[in-house]
Design a protein around this ligand. Structure first.
Ligand code: PAF
Length: 285
C-alpha cells in the first residue's frame, strides 16, 4: 500500500493508473477506522481496480473546536487496517496543505444541507462540501464511496456532484451495525460502557418507528413517542427525530415517496446520528 503524504505523490499515482486504463475509487474518511469503513473499501473494490482511501480530519466541518480536539486519531492502527483491507494507496493530506494561508473558497449546497444536521452544526455541510470537492479534484476518481450512516451528507454530496457536473459516480454503502443494532461510528469509542448500553435505544427507536409508520400509525404521534422513549433511555438532548424525503430532506408529515427516518441525539457528551429507510412497499403493510 502506498502511503501518500504530499498531493504531488497522489497526483503521480493517479496519473500512472489512468495511463494504465485503471478504474479508480476514492473512499474519503476522517480516520479512526472501523468495520464500517472496511465495508466502504469493499464496495469500492467491487467497482474499481484501484482503491485510494483518504484520511483527513477536516477542521472546516467542525463547528465546535472541542469536538475537533477530541475527535479520535489513530493513524498507525488505521494504516494497518487499510493494508489488511487491500487498499492500494492512502492519502494523508495535512490541514496546512489543504487550507494554506489565504484559503478563501467555500462550497455551499443550498436546500438539502440546511435542515437537521445543517441547523444543529452550523456550516458543517459547507465544510464537508468544500473538502469533498477538494478531495475529488485532487484524486480524480471514477467513483467515490460514502456511508449511508451519514445519509444527509450523502444527499448533499450527490447534489453537489450533480450540480457541478463532476465526472464521478457517488456510491452510498449501507450502514454497518453492531449485533445489538448500534450503527458503527468512530464516535462510539467515546461512549462509556453504560452509555454504550443505553445508546441502543437510538436504533431501536428508529426500527419501532419504522414499523409503526409502515402499519399506518400517524407520523406525528410515532415521532413524539420515539422522542419520549429516547429521553427515558437517558439521551439528554434530542436534536431531531423525523421522517424526511430521502433526496431533499424536507420533513414529511405523512408517508410518501422515498423516505428516511433520521435521528440525532446526545448521550453523556457524545452526539450520535442514525437513519433507516422506510420503504414504500411496507407502508400500510
Ligand atoms: O464522513 C466523513 O468521514 C467525512 O464527513 C468526509 C466525507 C470524509 C469529509 O471529511
Amino acid at each position: 500500500m502506498q502511503i501518500l503524504r504530499e498531493s504531488i505523490a497522489l497526483c503521480h499515482a493517479v496519473d500512472r493508473w489512468r495511463v494504465a486504463g485503471e478504474r479508480i475509487a476514492l473512499v474519503p474518511t476522517m480516520g479512526a477506522l472501523h468495520a464500517g469503513h472496511i465495508k466502504l473499501l469493499a464496495a469500492a473494490r467491487e467497482k474499481a481496480g484501484r482503491v485510494i482511501a483518504s484520511i483527513f480530519v477536516n477542521p472546516l466541518q467542525f463547528n465546535d473546536p472541542a469536538d475537533l480536539a477530541r475527535y479520535p486519531r489513530r493513524e498507525a492502527e488505521d494504516l494497518a487496517m487499510l493494508e489488511a483491507a487491500d487498499c492500494d494507496a492512502v492519502w494523508l493530506p495535512t490541514a496546512e496543505q489543504f487550507y494554506p494561508d489565504g484559503f478563501a473558497t467555500g462550497v455551499h449546497v443550498a436546500g438539502v444541507s440546511e435542515r437537521w444536521e445543517g441547523e444543529h452544526r452550523l456550516r458543517h455541510f459547507d465544510g464537508v462540501a468544500t473538502v469533498v470537492t477538494k478531495l475529488l479534484a485532487a484524486a480524480r476518481p471514477d467513483l467515490a464511496v460514502f456511508g449511508e450512516k451519514d445519509y444527509q451528507q450523502l444527499a448533499v454530496i450527490r447534489r453537489l456532484a450533480a450540480d457541478l457536473g463532476l465526472p464521478v459516480e457517488i456510491l452510498g454503502a449501507p450502514t454497518v451495525r453492531d449485533d445489538d443494532g448500534l450503527a458503527l461510528s468512530s464516535r462510539n469509542a467515546l461512549l462509556s460502557a453504560d452509555e454504550r448500553e443505553r445508546a441502543v435505544a437510538l436504533p431501536r427507536g428508529l426500527e419501532e418507528s419504522r414499523a409503526a409508520i409502515s402499519h399506518g400509525r400517524q407520523v406525528a404521534t410515532v415521532l413524539a413517542e420515539a422522542h419520549q422513549r429516547l429521553s427515558q433511555a437517558g439521551f439528554s438532548a434530542i436534536d431531531y427525530f423525523a421522517l424526511v424525503d430521502s433526496a431533499t430532506f424536507e420533513p414529511l408529515d405523512s408517508p410518501r415517496g422515498e423516505m428516511r427516518l433520521i435521528a440525532a441525539a446526545t448521550i453523556g457528551t457524545t452526539r450520535l446520528i442514525d437513519n433507516i429507510s422506510v420503504e414504500m412497499d411496507t407502508v400500510g403493510g
